[in-house]
Write a new protein. Structure first.
Lengths: 143, 108
């Protein structure tokens, strides 16, 4: 367990235009660790989608990226409104984003599907009125 | 072909050229940012008409080699400064998306 490396970020929910800062930072951090570029790309894109979701729907939250021997785990936790129907939210094209968010190029209903697409494991825990925690894992290729 | 060569061959305007020697491989077109992140490949040239700050983050995270803003779209100074600081190549085409794609086609 001592080999774990944890990066923690507080996601600011006030400023939609600055969303993505944590993902860009984690990308830099993972590059410094010399990890494979495809792994870094998958982790940072999955995290960015999660970050956008937290800003758009939950006024921010917390993100932890844990680098382990066999995988990278991303934990995103917010105290937002929760997801009423996870199965529906996972469908490509389903979105509850506002027109303002859509005008910025988001809200295409691709966020959660992209997070699933780019990670090997994804689990959503959500309670309406309490918040949502998304846990994702990207495994390193076996040599 | 490198981004520098693409600029010359296609007569694109340069908005910011942080890494002109970067190799361009293939092209992706789209304005919905999540769609782009889901589909664009590393080293693609990305043609879009979106120009807000999130474009810079998406370009960085998707590892595209350059963003080509079509229809003469340009960046605000603030967004341009962020693109420069993140090492993102941003070009501008005065043509619509279709003609811009035609110009790039066969070269990357």
């Amino acid at each position: 367990m001592s080999d774990e490396l944890v990066f923690h970020f507080d996601i600011d929910g006030e400023d939609f235009t600055s969303a993505g800062q944590a993902s860009v930072q984690i990308k830099k951090n993972l590059r410094q660790l010399g990890l494979p570029s495809e792994i870094i790309r998958r982790v940072s894109i999955a995290m960015y989608e999660g970050e956008i979701n937290m800003v758009v729907h939950a006024r921010g939250g917390k993100a932890d990226v844990i680098v382990r021997e066999d995988c990278i785990e991303i934990r995103l936790a917010d105290s937002g409104p929760g997801i009423k129907n996870i199965e529906q939210a996972m469908q490509e094209g389903f979105s509850t984003a506002s027109d303002e968010v859509r005008s910025l190029g988001f809200g295409a209903g691709m966020g959660l599907p992209n997070m699933k697409r780019y990670t090997d494991e994804m689990h959503i825990d959500s309670t309406v009125g309490v918040g949502t925690t998304v846990t994702m894992k990207v495994y390193f290729p076996v040599e | 072909m490198t981004v520098n060569e693409l600029v010359r061959e296609c007569s694109f305007d340069v908005i910011c050229l942080a890494d002109g020697d970067r190799e361009v491989k293939g092209c992706y077109i789209g304005d919905l940012l999540s769609w782009v992140m889901g589909r664009a490949r590393e080293d693609n040239a990305w043609i879009t008409i979106m120009s807000n700050i999130n474009v810079v983050a998406v370009a960085s995270l998707s590892d595209v080699s350059c963003v080509i803003l079509a229809e003469g779209v340009t960046l605000d100074d603030e967004v341009k400064a962020v693109a420069e600081s993140k090492g993102i190549n941003v070009l501008c085409s005065q043509s619509p998306i279709f003609e811009t794609a035609l110009a790039v086609s066969g070269k990357v």
